[in-house]
Design a protein around this ligand. Sequence first.
Ligand SMILES: Cc1cc2nc3c(=O)[nH]c(=O)nc-3n(C[C@H](O)[C@H](O)[C@H](O)COP(=O)(O)OP(=O)(O)OC[C@H]3O[C@@H](n4cnc5c(N)ncnc54)[C@H](O)[C@@H]3O)c2cc1C
Length: 463
Amino acid sequence: MSTRSVNIIGAGQCGTLIAIMLARHGFKVDVYERFKDPRIQDPEAGRSINLALAARGLNALHQVGIDTLVEPLLVPMRGRMLHHQDGRTEFLRYGQQADEEIYSVTRLGLNQVLLGVADDLPNLSLNFEQNAIGYDAPDRTVHVRDETDGSLYQVEADPLFAADGAGSSIRRSFDGSDTFGGIETLLRHGYKELSIPAGPGGEFQLATDALHIWPRGGFMLIALPNPGGDFTLTLFLPNVGDNSFESLSDEASVVTFFETYFPDVAALIPNLCDDMLNHPLGTLGTVRCRHWHDRGNVLLLGDAAHAIVPFHGQGMNLAFEDCVLLDRLVTEHGNDWANVFARFEAEQLANANAIADMALDNYIEMRDTVRDPKFALRKALAFELEKRLPEQFIPRYSMVMFHADIPYLVAQQRGEVQKALLEEFTEDANSIDEIDISAAIDALQKRLPRIDTVRNDLAVRRS
Ligand SMILES: Cc1cc2nc3c(=O)[nH]c(=O)nc-3n(C[C@H](O)[C@H](O)[C@H](O)COP(=O)(O)OP(=O)(O)OC[C@H]3O[C@@H](n4cnc5c(N)ncnc54)[C@H](O)[C@@H]3O)c2cc1C
């Protein structure tokens, strides 16, 4: 019989949120985090400063009642602002309902709110500077090093939630066994973060209500607003070859590259060369596992189970969705961990694989396809179909970002059918007026069932 206490490795977004949920179920929760408390010192300054929060993440925060604490940190983004190479800008709305927007949030601010809420729970303890260095399957224990004095001790997996991120030491302890069958696939592109400060009066120097993209085919630059008036930029580029991080090795090459591809924004980045040459180069990759649990002892979740590339802005949203699902399963099955973990994997693994694929697709869309004039036309047709048949057609982007009640796998599968239909009906048209909308509606009704037959029950309506 399992005990009423649980151990969690990692106090990132996922580890902290699940800790709060399990503590509220009455479990005694211990969280072990390798870094210092980020409310005192940001251990990862320079790494993915802000993130896009969408419906699935908001739904999770709403379910634990902390969306109101997070709201002051959010900057709404209603669409993509494309910055074309010739200097033209083009705004493409993400959705057509007033509330169909996503939110830029600082990673640090969000983590600080979550940790503050966790700290207030008497049956939850946060243990910082405690590094899980490996898992011992036969003994069902984690070896932990106290980074403050170097001492070693063991923590029981009865059970253990491994929320220790993409490079999870718990997952990797099982490499070579069939337990998780984890595969890590690195993208050949990396990223560097830069920033545009607020203007002299604290004003934003680009439109604030958009996620800005400079799509350049094989690579791209993006910018997300922060509440203080500044923007965090992320340059995604191949690691080697022409126009790669390797080729941008000195000031001259950085200046030439930015003057060629991003002349409008280069002038707004005060420390361009220093930042490009000195900021860390981030790696991007996908983690896929065949299984996420070791009987009732260990469960991987969040990035430890399913890291994905960031191009759909969904890694954290998916990690939060994991927590919502687990919370529901614990409500239904209590501490029957073997059962809870098996159900969790059965419900969520295919969804994680689906969003992993869609995130990879979206890199090509963001850096390249958005430049095709047919992209805007297909989007216009998609909005028209959604307006006329909202229970039959929701654009794939909207299903992923705005509909927490539509599983990722369903969004992917319906998205394939919809994509073929949009391509077919825009092929010979140059504007929406040239498209036979009634024929498109007929085709849609033949090819797809109504959406209400496939919704899940993870989402609550936001008040
Ligand atoms: C450039 C970039 C942009 C992104 N943009 C978005 C976005 O816009 N929207 C979105 O939803 N997602 C985005 N993501 C993904 C998102 O950051 C992750 O999916 C999310 O942070 C996962 O949360 P997590 O808690 O599972 O893992 P993490 O946030 O990585 O947390 C893991 C925690 O475990 C700790 N830890 C690790 N190893 C150990 C150990 N051995 N012992 C103890 N503690 C340990 C770490 O210190 C960390 O605190 C982006 C990612 C990147 C790289």
